[in-house]
Write a protein that binds this ligand. Structure first.
Ligand code: NAD
Length: 507
């Protein structure tokens, strides 16, 4: 296939600058370009990228099609034998070094992320960069853990297993936490000896390219490639590509199903991290103040609720219900909604008009069906901001369990709060969605905590806390929340290697 990328604008990746480039320079460096084979290459077409807080077009991103995808996969395929042949600990050292280099450029990358996603720089973006770097450092130390086993099969036969890389891994990203999710996919893939083609989110591509460029400075050309473009064209071309040996996807349930079908068509392994409607159960003996803070952090209100693990169904024991609702409302009223780049801001914007319309549809439905809608905090009045994508943290009460707002992922700052009286019934209600990503339980009773953790159908259950993803802790959903795990050694071994059995008869 002829590769239709223009070489006129192609430029090699610049070596590490002594000082971190400014956020504007990072954005300027990735106008309509992909990262392919260690070079920035122009795509044949582009898409606008909008800063959600101002509505301003901050630039364009590549609208890659099959030709650009083909070039990226070819670069990854060409780089694979050399990368796979490198000692695993050396691969790991390079990946870890890239993690440390990301920390050196944290401030500029965080500004880019805040601009393109609308997430507040203080409460969200810097932390995302630190976690992304931590994931690279964590996996960078695991090169020597790519071990096989010996099997006591027959005394005159040496029987063993080895772990081999798969080849070219396609990693498809959403916009909400693109850097953490990128590193969760590509760090284990790379250390295991695979090369990668990342599909950036076309809505928030620049920080992804900039972080990948830092990795590219530490790796041989072509080991990490990034393309941007629409899901329907660029994403579909990548999942259908015959040289892609593994697909790892994070995004919505509907697209995840399409990606799974594309993998099935070629019989390649697929990992899916999809949506959620995670329950939070507050028992009568819970520490109220801790539980309220847990609801604020668990619902990811500072990320406008745009989180797959958001505690969006909050069940509070009837004895605590009024106090909890009052304290949570008062706490949310204190959050400052405003310019994502302002240090005073706690909560930025929704990502796009499309996402905003989806959230509003759910709220209209709730109101039409008689739910009580409690809007907290104040919308910003700064004339430099476009009010279109700002939304107040919102609580829904007096709503039926089978309502779409209780059953479906809204992916906005909207949490349902419902009272409960019977423990067995609330466990059943917590399990009554087709999702199973995460859950939290708030109680002073050890036996309630242990019982609930055993009975809740979710891949990540926490008691009296609400941590986000940790690199060394296995993470992934049950049911329609996904397939396979991310983070931890297990994810690297199970999802980015294949196991070979070798039997040597020495009789
Ligand atoms: P999305 O599914 O619309 O898009 C995700 C990515 O897939 C984007 O890069 C998109 O361009 C691409 N894509 C779209 N159609 C495609 C196709 N046919 N083939 C291949 N790729 C395609 O999701 P989004 O709106 O970007 O992100 C929000 C969703 O992500 C939410 O549902 C959320 O729950 C989910 N999410 C899950 C997790 C998790 O770990 N479980 C984490 C973050 C986000």
């Amino acid at each position: 296939m002829t590769v239709q990328t223009s070489t006129a604008q192609a430029a090699p990746i610049t070596p590490t600058a002594p000082t971190a480039p400014a956020a504007d320079a990072i954005i300027a460096a990735w106008q309509g370009l992909n990262l392919i084979g260690g070079e920035r290459l122009a795509a044949a077409a582009t898409l606008p990228v909008i800063a959600p807080a101002t509505g301003a077009e901050i630039g364009v991103t590549a609208a890659s099609g099959p030709a650009e995808v083909d070039a990226a996969v070819a670069a990854a395929r060409a780089a694979w034998p050399g990368w796979a042949a490198m000692p695993a600990r050396d691969r790991g050292r390079r990946v870890a070094a890239a993690g440390r280099a990301i920390l050196d450029e944290l401030e500029d990358l965080a500004r880019v992320l805040a601009l393109e996603t609308g997430k507040a720089i203080r409460t969200e973006c810097r932390g995302e960069l630190r976690t992304a770097a931590d994931i690279l450092e964590f996996y960078g130390g695991l090169g020597s853990e790519l071990k096989g086993e010996t099997v006591p099969f027959n005394p005159r036969m040496l029987t063993m297993t080895t772990r081999e890389p798969l080849g070219v891994v396609a990693a498809i990203l959403p916009w909400n936490v693109p850097l953490v999710l990128m590193m969760l996919k590509i760090a284990p893939a790379l250390v295991a000896g695979n090369t990668v083609v990342v599909k950036a989110s076309e809505e928030a591509p620049y920080a992804t390219f900039a972080a990948a460029a830092i990795l590219a400075r530490h790796l041989p050309a072509g080991v990490v490639n990034v393309v941007s473009g629409t899901g329907a064209v660029c994403g579909a071309a990548l999942t259908a590509h015959p040289d892609v040996a593994k697909i790892t996807f994070t995004g919505s349930e509907a697209v995840g199903q399409a990606v799974y079908e594309a993998g099935a068509a070629r019989i390649v392994p697929v990992s899916l991290e999809l949506g959620g409607k995670s329950p939070m159960i507050v028992c009568a003996d819970a520490d109220l103040a801790k539980a309220v803070e847990g609801a604020v952090s668990g619902m990811r209100f500072t990320r406008q609720g745009q989180s797959c693990t958001a505690s969006s169904r909050i069940y509070v024991h009837q004895d605590l219900y009024d106090a909890f609702l009052g304290a949570l409302t008062a706490r949310l009223d204190q959050l400052v909604i405003g310019d994502p780049l302002d240090e005073a801001t706690d909560v930025g914007t929704i990502i796009s008009a499309r996402q905003m319309a989806t959230i509003r549809r759910y709220l209209d439905l709730a109101e039409a069906d008689g739910a009580r809608v409690i809007r907290c905090g104040r919308l910003p009045e700064d004339p430099a901001l476009d009010p279109a994508l700002f939304m107040q943290p919102t609580l829904l009460t007096d709503i039926a369990d089978d309502h779409p707002c209780v059953q479906e992922e809204i992916f906005g700052p909207v949490a349902v709060i419902q009272p409960w009286a019977d423990y067995d019934a609330v466990i059943a209600r917590a399990n009554a969605t087709h999702y199973g990503l995460a859950a939290t339980v708030w109680t002073a009773s050890l036996s309630t905590a242990l019982d609930a953790t055993q009975r809740i159908d979710a891949g990540y259950v926490q008691v009296n806390q609400n941590l986000t993803i940790q690199p060394n802790v296995s993470y992934g959903g049950f049911g329609r929340s996904g397939l396979g795990k991310e983070a931890s050694l297990e994810a690297m071994l199970e999802h980015f290697t294949r196991k070979k059995t070798i039997v040597i008869n020495f009789d």
